[in-house]
Design a protein around this ligand. Structure first.
Ligand code: SF4
Ligand code: SF4
Ligand code: SF4
Length: 276
C-alpha cells in the first residue's frame, strides 16, 4: 500500500443498521457497551464503542469515528509518542508507551479518544482504521460489513474525487461540502451528507490550519506544577478505582463461596492484600 488511504462515509446512504458498529466490536472484542463517565448518550463513543451512529430527525443516521487527521493534534500532544500517524493514513496507538496523561483527549478537535477507566494501566481507546487489516491488504471491518456501501474505503484521492462527483451529480441532495477535505489540514475520514455535520464537531470555526503547532503552543504554557498534579490525580484515580474493583470482587466471592477452613481464609486474605 503506497498511497494514503481514506474512509468515505455518505450519510445519505446510511440506514442506521449499526452493522459497522457490530463489526468493529467483534474485530476488537469490545463486548457490551460500557458507558464512560461523562457520557451523555448511549450513541456516544466510549471505550467499548469506537464507532457509533448518531440518529437525527428526518431519518438521518450519521456515523461517528476518529477522523485520522492528516496532521493529528492528538499525536502532537502525546509527549511519549504513543499515538502515531502512519503513511497509510491511520492514526494508531501503542498502549505500551502510554503514560495516561490524557493530553490527547484534550487536544483532539473532534472529541474522539476515550479513556478506559476499567483498566489498571493507561489505556486510550479509539478507532485505528483497522491498521492491522490494512497491513495485510484488507479493508476496515466496518466498511466490509456495511450492506449499503454507505461507508467505503480507497485511496484518499479516489474517495475525494468520488465525493465531489456525488456532490456535483446531486446538488439538491447534498450539502456542498466534503467534510474532511480541508478541516484542520485535512483528514483520512471524509464525509458527505444532506444535513450540516457541525454537531459532529465539524464546526464552522474549526479552520483549515493543522492543529499540532497550536497544540504545543498551548501545552507549553501549562505550568509544570499543573502537569504534576494531573499525573498525581491520574495515579490516585487508578489506585482508588482498582481497590474498589477488588473490594467488589472480593465481596461477590464471599457471597458465593462455601465456608472453608479458617486457615484457608487467612491465606486468601494475605494473597488479596499482596495483590493490592
Ligand atoms: S480525530 Fe482526534 S483522535 Fe483522531 S486523529 Fe484527529 S486528533 Fe487524533
Ligand atoms: S494519554 Fe497516552 S496516548 Fe494520550 S497523550 Fe497521554 S501518553 Fe499519549
Ligand atoms: S475502521 Fe476498524 S477500528 Fe475504525 S470504526 Fe471501523 S472497524 Fe472500528
Amino acid at each position: 500500500m503506497s498511497e494514503p488511504m481514506a474512509i468515505l462515509t455518505d450519510v445519505t446512504r446510511c440506514t442506521g443498521c449499526e452493522k459497522c458498529v457490530d463489526a468493529c466490536k467483534v474485530e476488537y472484542e469490545l463486548g457490551d457497551d460500557r458507558p464512560w463517565r461523562g457520557q451523555g448518550a448511549i450513541d456516544d463513543l466510549s471505550a467499548s464503542r469506537f464507532t457509533t451512529i448518531v440518529n437525527k430527525p428526518g431519518n438521518h443516521h450519521v456515523r461517528q469515528q476518529c477522523r485520522h487527521c492528516l496532521e493529528p493534534a492528538c499525536a502532537s500532544a502525546c509527549i511519549v509518542g504513543a499515538l502515531q500517524k502512519t503513511p497509510e493514513g491511520p492514526v494508531i496507538y501503542d498502549a505500551k508507551k502510554c503514560m495516561g496523561c490524557r493530553y490527547c483527549l484534550m487536544a483532539c478537535p473532534f472529541d474522539i479518544p476515550r479513556y478506559d477507566w476499567d483498566r489498571a494501566v493507561p489505556y486510550v481507546r479509539k478507532c485505528t482504521m483497522c491498521y492491522d487489516r490494512l497491513k495485510e491488504g484488507g479493508i476496515p471491518a466496518c466498511v466490509e460489513a456495511c450492506p449499503e456501501e454507505a461507508t467505503i474505503f480507497g485511496t484518499r484521492a479516489e474517495m475525494l474525487a468520488l465525493a465531489k462527483q456525488r456532490l456535483s451529480d446531486n446538488p439538491d441532495l447534498y450539502v456542498q461540502q466534503v467534510y474532511g477535505e480541508h478541516e484542520v489540514g485535512g483528514t483520512s475520514v471524509l464525509m458527505i451528507a444532506s444535513i450540516p455535520l457541525g454537531f459532529l464537531a465539524w464546526k464552522d470555526n474549526l479552520g483549515n490550519q493543522p492543529l499540532p503547532d497550536l497544540t504545543w503552543a498551548s501545552l507549553k504554557k501549562v505550568p509544570g506544577i499543573a502537569l504534576g498534579v494531573g499525573g498525581l490525580m491520574t495515579g490516585v484515580y487508578w489506585i482508588v478505582g482498582r481497590r474498589m474493583k477488588l473490594a467488589a470482587e472480593s465481596a461477590e466471592a464471599c457471597n458465593t463461596i462455601e465456608p472453608t477452613d479458617p486457615a484457608d481464609n487467612q491465606q486468601q486474605e494475605s494473597e488479596s492484600n499482596h495483590d493490592q
